[in-house]
Design a protein around this ligand. Structure first.
Ligand code: CA2
Length: 149
């Protein structure tokens, strides 16, 4: 069974409580529960972690090396600012799928750039909470393709 870390960054603990017009009405707990269920059906096991602190997210990425097979990451606003997160991802050499609830390319210009994208195998954005399940499917598909090679 493949192991996937679902990692969420700053303010995503507030999901479902404010700005539902931008981020939807689903809470982070609902998203994490859906990830657990979806992963199980896809033959994967999910561990979820959220932090509002950049260093804690970096520690979680470091800890994933050797304990996880891949990462689904919504780095929140750190997406657009954090060279440190980009370096952490590059250092662990794990496949990472970048997820955003909103379509960051259709929003303010500062959200168009992602420090995560160059070190991720792909990006899924604009599909709301569904994006996490799509990312799990993409990672499981990636593991299957890789095992054939
Ligand atoms: O669309 C996404 O998933 C984002 O990663 C969300 C970040 C934003 O800075 C990125 O540009 C795109 C913000 C998360 C804030 O979440 C909130 C949820 C409820 C209420 C307030 C903020």
């Amino acid at each position: 069974m493949s192991r996937i870390l679902v990692l969420n960054g700053p303010n995503l603990n507030l999901l479902g409580t404010r700005q539902p017009e931008v981020y939807g009405g689903t809470t982070l707990k609902m998203i994490e529960d859906a990830c657990q269920q979806h992963a199980q059906a896809a033959g994967a096991i999910v561990t979820c972690f959220q932090s509002n602190h950049e260093g804690a997210l970096i520690d979680a990425i470091h800890a994933a090396k050797g304990t996880q097979d891949g990462i689904v990451l919504n780095a929140g606003a750190y997406t657009h600012t954090s060279v440190a997160l980009m370096d952490a991802i590059a250092s662990v050499e794990l496949p990472v799928i970048e997820v955003h609830l909103s379509n960051i390319h259709a929003r303010e210009r500062f959200r168009h750039h992602s420090y995560i994208a160059p070190v991720a195998i792909g990006q899924i954005c604009g599909f709301g909470a569904l994006g996490y399940n799509l990312a799990i499917d993409a990672l499981v598909g990636h593991f299957k393709e890789r095992s054939k090679a």
